[in-house]
Design a protein around this ligand. Structure first.
Ligand SMILES: Cc1cc2nc3c(=O)[nH]c(=O)nc-3n(C[C@H](O)[C@H](O)[C@H](O)COP(=O)(O)O)c2cc1C
Length: 223
């Protein structure tokens, strides 16, 4: 399945904005002899911009996945309405789709821009929706890593820190592996390819440690 194909269970409106990035070949069957276990990482960016550096950063991260790991991008963040407790009984389709995609994923990778020294409001809004209802919070215990790209020399340090803090408050299992990509125009080529081997290696570290955390969480659930 390529990056422009659709996942089978998405509602129509959501399907058009969700893409699955290439699945690395699996390394054989599961330890119990069953079908291979595929680790699914859901990529979310807080940028709504078509030519987003952070979207490109997620694409670059997807290219570092190890065998047996796939990344699916959540592309409907713009459709998520402002959080309103009055709307909780019947949330918008985009909210239901966000929750379903997080629930189905083994881990989440967030690539956030920095807006005025913090994460974009729409990303915070999406996290607020995902955190509810409290009893079935789909981020509870979910392995999540946060990365971010910015054209500025300072990068997204504040946005990353705030996003990690919010995720911890929600109850996610926040990875210590984070990545700041300052001067994004120089570090990511126009097509999103990392400009250096070092950046590719850093992205590989983030995705492999996230996949390892997902595997550990799966084993803990099975025990
Ligand atoms: C409202 C606003 C505030 C911004 N504040 C910051 C900031 O605090 N720090 C920073 O590094 N860049 C800041 N920027 C620049 C963004 O990093 C830049 O627009 C970036 O390209 C956004 O990420 P994207 O390419 O993924 O859309 C700001 C941009 C906007 C629109």
């Amino acid at each position: 399945m390529n990056a422009h194909q659709q996942t089978p269970t998405a509602p129509n409106a959501a399907r058009a904005r969700t893409s699955r990035l290439p699945l690395a070949p699996t390394g054989g069957g599961s330890p119990g002899g069953g079908p291979p276990t595929v680790t699914r990482i859901l990529g979310i960016t807080g940028s709504l911009r078509h030519d987003s550096h952070n979207r490109k950063l997620l694409d670059a991260a997807a290219k570092t996945l190890r065998p047996g790991t796939e990344m699916v991008l959540f592309k409907q963040i713009k459709e998520i309405p402002p959080f309103d407790e009055d709307d909780e009984p019947v949330p918008a389709p985009a909210v239901a789709w966000l929750r379903a995609q997080i629930a189905e994923a083994d881990a989440v990778l967030i690539a956030t821009p920095e807006y005025n020294g913090s994460l974009p409001g729409q990303l915070k809004n999406a996290l607020d929706w995902a955190s509810r209802p409290y009893e079935t919070n789909v981020l509870q215990g979910k392995p999540v890593a946060v990365i971010g790209a910015s054209p500025s020399p300072g990068g997204t340090a504040h946005a990353n820190a705030d996003t990690c803090r919010i995720l911890a408050r929600i109850g996610a299992h926040v990875s210590e592996q984070t990545l700041l990509v300052p001067r994004a125009f120089a570090q990511l080529k126009a097509d999103g390819t990392p400009a250096s081997y070092a950046l590719r290696q850093q992205l590989a570290q983030v995705t492999s440690s996230l996949a390892a955390a997902a595997g550990a969480a799966r084993q803990a659930r099975a025990a």
